[in-house]
Ligand binder design. Structure first.
Ligand SMILES: C[S@@+](CC[C@H](N)C(=O)[O-])C[C@H]1O[C@@H](n2cnc3c(N)ncnc32)[C@H](O)[C@@H]1O
Length: 352
């Protein structure tokens, strides 16, 4: 397909996802206001100027996504990757789950798990119904619905935001002279979407993913098995205590984890990423924007933890992760912001 047509197709694909996300949220909010009006929500409306800025940032994100594919950071097919089977199987269940979510929101009931879920052994901060999700991160159903829920939340931009870790990671690996067979770790890999992108962008790399959730790892395994390529190694572990020897990986990433950690755990994960990465290795973190760099989206950052149960988010938005990375020993810490996401790129100093 000629490039202009491919680009138009990509824009149309993203536009479709964006309209779908907006339509879902508009309809579900109206139904919620009618059948289960929220008693405690104190969100503020966003003014038109902020909405326009968000729209511009979203367009810029998609343009960067296209440019990186054009530059060969990853194949263009990745731009169209979408779990269609899951969409048709699980979208009805996403809708059916909404009344339970509204009920939890109204009852401020944030730590409820089905009786058959064993919650022993997890850190206390993790035992939450993050985003009011049924069973938090601890059931197969939660793992099946998660990707769709995130796509709806971000109007179809979750994957373009995840893909922004690929260019700085590849650049860091190349600059350090690490070969195509580098070992790369994804901390809190969830259902494996970033690992799948890493596999497409670095087809010869040895990939590893850790996550605390056994059910999300099972889903990651299912997702990664469904496509060609070497299967990444998936290990159930706490990012605060990684089960790897020192200096093992040439690179490591983590996507959308840090806003779900209390402050001390954020530092512990960063320290562990430093420990397991080789001298000269690159680490790239991706998470939400922060008040520090995006004060213009203050209202969105205020509303988010109210609408979606996110107990550590407010502190996260003011947490200086550059300082945390430097404290751990990383150097050359730099930042990028794309739409609603922020990135930290850094390097473990080369051995003396
Ligand atoms: C918001 S999800 C992000 C998942 C995935 N990276 C993505 O891009 O969708 C947060 C993930 O972090 C995992 N998680 C939370 N705390 C963790 C910890 N201390 N160690 C390892 N994984 C953790 C959860 O199980 C969940 O899969």
């Amino acid at each position: 397909m000629p490039d202009t047509i491919t680009k138009l197709a990509y824009q149309a694909f993203q536009q479709g996802k964006s309209y779908f996300g907006l339509a879902h949220k508009t309809v579900s909010t109206q139904v919620m206001q009618t059948v289960s009006p929220p008693r405690h929500l104190q969100t503020s409306p966003m003014d038109l100027k902020v909405l326009q800025m968000l729209q511009q940032r979203m367009s810029a994100l998609l343009e960067t996504d296209w440019q990186d594919a054009e530059a060969g950071v990853y194949p263009k097919e990745l731009l169209f990757d979408n779990p269609w089977d899951d969409f048709f199987r699980f979208y009805p269940l996403v809708c059916l789950d909404l009344p339970k979510i509204w009920d939890r929101l109204n009852k401020r009931d944030y730590q409820t798990f089905a009786d058959d879920i064993d919650t022993t052994g997890y850190p206390q901060y993790y035992l939450q119904n993050f985003h009011h999700q049924t069973d938090g991160y601890l059931s197969d159903m939660s793992a099946n619905l998660y990707d769709l829920q995130v796509e709806i939340l971000f109007n179809g931009t979750a994957d373009p935001m995840r893909r922004r870790v690929l260019a700085p990671l590849k650049q860091g690996l190349a600059e350090a002279g690490f070969g195509a067979g580098a070992k790369v770790l994804d901390v809190a890999c969830g259902t494996g979407r970033t690992l799948s992108m890493l596999r497409d962008a670095l087809p010869k790399a040895s990939l590893y993913g850790v996550d605390l959730s056994p059910t999300y790892l099972r889903k990651a395994n299912e997702n990664l098995m469904a496509k060609p390529g070497v299967l990444p190694q998936l290990i159930q572990a706490n990012g605060e205590n990684l089960p790897f020897v020192d200096d093992y990986f040439e690179g490591a990433v983590s996507v959308f984890l840090f806003h779900e950690l209390p402050p001390a755990a954020r530092q512990n994960v960063i320290n562990e990423m430093y420990r397991v990465v080789k001298p000269g290795g690159t680490v790239v973190l991706c998470d939400s924007i922060q008040r520090l760099d995006s004060p213009e989206f203050e209202v969105a950052m205020e509303n988010f933890p109210q609408m979606f149960h996110e107990p550590y988010y407010r502190h996260y938005t003011t947490d200086d992760l550059n300082q945390r990375l430097s404290d751990a020993g990383f150097e050359a810490v730099s930042n990028q912001v794309h739409f609603m996401s922020k990135y930290w790129v850094c390097r473990k100093p080369a051995a003396v």
